[in-house]
Ligand binder design. Structure first.
Ligand SMILES: Nc1ncnc2c1ncn2[C@@H]1O[C@H](COP(=O)(O)OP(=O)(O)OP(=O)(O)O)[C@@H](O)[C@H]1O
Length: 305
């Protein structure tokens, strides 16, 4: 089932098109990464699908219900984590989540149960101090707990890791990958390694247009494969082979790491065969010969040009 569906959505600011004919959907069991550089239109898209901003054309549906500007009824299906979540910082996490549960009309016992479960999920079960003393990472984790408090069908996260250090980022990604088993997630980001870690579907937004979308594994498979990894028995034979490969006119780079070489080519189909011929001719004992998947960064840079 499609939890979120956008069809031909457009938005102009002062006559300038910021979102142009945007269509994509997020299905029930999916973690969808909306990727784009600064100013691509990610936040504008999120605001429209939360009903905070009026679209100029097109239709947005959450769980089959149309999103209307200013009427946040569809947000009962949605949990939202802004890039910098705000709290009543004089409260403790338990007090804050209780308040969120009460505002959304839940009963005291389920509120207590959910608060306990969610604080355990985000690793704040033993934090009884005021939110004002929390680090950025802790606030982000509490933001996820808050966004999940009404058991949403869709969790929307706007650049959830961009302000965090590597440890904080990893914690957030681990929590989101657990949350993603229960709820669909739409995450906007420009951190491609986070997307590779977390998302199964992606959409690349460039100047308000979706220039590529689909299943991440299909996209990677269909993109140009331009790197090989060759593992040899020892570091010395790898160094000798690296010298020979670097002399081939069609090899654009050779990187050596211990007994393993990464070789960059222009055309895998023909040049990969020539590398195999060289290995045979030189009687090199090969432990591993592997065509590498393009990274999301390779794909991103190719479609964004
Ligand atoms: N209220 C506004 N009035 C005029 N222009 C706006 C407004 N909000 C956004 N824009 C413009 O729309 C474009 C898209 O902005 P948006 O914030 O959606 O991009 P983004 O992909 O979220 O970028 P970032 O990663 O920097 O947050 C930008 O050119 C921005 O300057």
């Amino acid at each position: 089932m499609e939890i979120l569906k956008l069809e031909h959505v457009k938005k102009n600011f002062g006559g300038l098109p910021v979102i142009q004919d945007l269509s994509f959907s997020v299905s029930e069991s999916s973690v969808f990464g909306l990727i784009g550089k600064n100013g691509a239109g990610k936040t504008t898209t999120m605001k429209m699908l939360l009903g905070f901003l009026k679209s100029d054309a097109g239709e947005i549906k959450v769980c089959g219900e149309k999103v209307a500007y200013g009427d946040t009824k569809t947000n009962r299906h949605v949990g939202y984590l802004p890039d910098v979540p705000e709290f009543y910082s004089y409260m403790t996490p338990v007090e804050y989540l209780r308040l969120c549960g009460e505002i959304s009309g839940q009963k005291p016992r389920p509120i207590r149960k959910k608060t306990e479960e969610l604080l355990a999920l985000v690793g704040l079960e033993n934090s009884n101090r005021k939110i004002s003393g929390f680090s950025r990472g802790m606030k982000q984790r509490l933001g996820i707990a808050q966004a999940l408090m009404n058991e949403p069908r869709l969790l929307i996260c706007d650049e959830p890791t961009s302000a965090l250090d590597p440890v904080g980022r990893k914690e957030i990604l681990d929590i989101l990958s657990i949350a993603g088993k229960q709820t669909a997630i739409l995450i906007s980001t420009h951190i491609l390694s986070d997307v590779e870690r977390l998302c199964d579907h992606i959409g690349i937004l460039d100047d308000g247009k979706l220039v590529l979308q689909g299943k991440l594994s299909d996209i990677k498979n269909s993109y140009r494969h331009s790197s090989l990894r060759i593992a040899l028995a020892d570091q010395d034979s790898a160094a000798v082979l690296a010298g020979k490969l670097a002399n081939l006119p069609f090899v654009s780079a050779v990187e050596a790491k211990e007994n393993s070489l990464t070789v960059r080519l222009e055309d895998m189909a023909t040049e990969g065969l020539k590398i195999l011929e060289l290995l045979l001719r030189e009687q090199v004992f090969v432990l591993k010969y592997e065509v590498l998947e393009p990274s999301l960064e390779d794909v991103f840079l190719e479609v964004i040009q």
